[in-house]
Design a protein around this ligand. Structure first.
Ligand code: 13P
Length: 263
């Protein structure tokens, strides 16, 4: 069965970009595009994930946009609440600042900052318990794909967090499949390969939760306007997590439009 009744999400992951002046310009240009031709929340939900110091400014700048644009945190502390934890931002503090979504488990955090399955469980648990929606990122390396282990790796990454997700909290999870070899490389999984992995992820989710059929499963890895339409046409691809192309207002808008029109 397809997952095509799921409202898509298109989220721009700005990573450690851009400087403030460029961010303001990017927001302005994107708001103008929405002003000319808005995208309803029923057709496609839109989010952007700026660096943590910019979260509040970006949120404020989008407040009067013609379509809602959600502000998404790129990470959250493994520590809950408040306290003497220099440099950390907890799920409760994100919630207190009206930030509703957070990325957890991006491959850059797993690889460069040693976010292990144990740490990711703590982050996911804190975020869910604070009432946030978690965009949980998964994906295999090129070596794992070449060794025929892609599906097994990805399904294991989902199973890793299952022990900390309470039955009703699966509704607060969006999954983002981002094959590591496709991130920032210009290489995208073919729509067939991506759909086949997304279908396997959906089956895995359905075994864990009755909400599996309705959960959004986003694709990430060199998503551009040129490949967005084909990806959006796949029944189990319910949106995109966009890196590089989200730093260009026109490209990001076209990607959101592609998903909005497919539903
Ligand atoms: P690119 O779109 O630049 O490949 O990045 C994908 C990504 O990592 C989004 O989280």
């Amino acid at each position: 069965m397809s997952g095509s009744t799921v409202t898509p999400w298109v989220i721009g992951n700005w990573k450690m970009n851009p400087v403030q002046a460029d961010a303001q310009q990017l927001i302005q240009e994107f708001k103008e595009l929405l002003q000319n031709n808005d995208i309803s929340e029923q057709a496609c939900r839109i989010g952007v994930a700026p660096v943590s110091i910019a979260l509040m400014n970006v949120k404020a700048a989008f407040e009067n946009a013609a379509s809602p644009v959600h502000t998404v945190a790129q990470d959250v502390s493994r520590i809950a609440g408040t306290g003497a934890y220099t440099g950390e931002v907890s799920a409760e503090l994100l919630k207190d600042s009206q930030i509703q979504l957070v990325l957890v488990g991006h491959s850059e955090r797993r690889e460069i900052f040693a976010d292990s399955p144990q740490i990711l469980c703590e982050k996911v648990k804190n975020a869910l318990n604070a009432g946030l929606t978690v965009v949980y990122c998964i994906g295999e390396s090129l070596e794992q794909r070449d060794a025929g282990q892609a599906e097994q790796v990805v399904l294991q990454q989902i199973c890793d967090i299952a022990p900390v997700v309470e039955a009703e909290q699966w509704k607060q999870i969006i999954v983002a499949y981002e094959p590591i070899w496709a991130i920032g490389t210009g290489k995208t999984a073919s729509p067939e390969d991506a759909q086949s992995m997304h279908a396997a992820i959906r089956e895995g989710l359905k075994q864990l939760t009755p909400y599996g059929q309705q959960m959004a499963i986003l694709y990430g890895g060199s998503v551009k306007p040129e490949n967005a339409v084909e990806l959006a046409a796949c029944p189990d691809i319910n949106g995109a997590l966009v890196g590089g192309a989200s730093l260009n207002a026109g490209s990001f808008y076209k990607i959101a439009q592609a998903f909005a029109e497919t539903e």
